[in-house]
Design a protein around this ligand. Sequence first.
Ligand SMILES: [Zn+2]
Length: 89
Amino acid sequence: MRKLITSRKRNRSCFICKKAIEKGEKYSKKSFSVGNPSQPDKIVNHPTLGMAVEVQGYRYNKSMCEKCTVNETAFKTVKIVNSNKEIKK
Ligand SMILES: [Zn+2]
């Protein structure tokens, strides 16, 4: 299961159920990547901006409440069980 962290500040909300995560409540972080973050950024000549940095990708974190973290884990377990069944066929 994903590691649960205790929230130390307010203004956090779950990206799945949109529930507010209050201070002191448990939540976890899910990281997403867009594009190819492992690739170095490129310096390019932009027609209007001149010199510009072309970012190849970036990572960001989203907060997930305790309930959704547990649900996500349960969902993954179901998937693993199903794929094992298929192998046995
Ligand atoms: Zn949630």
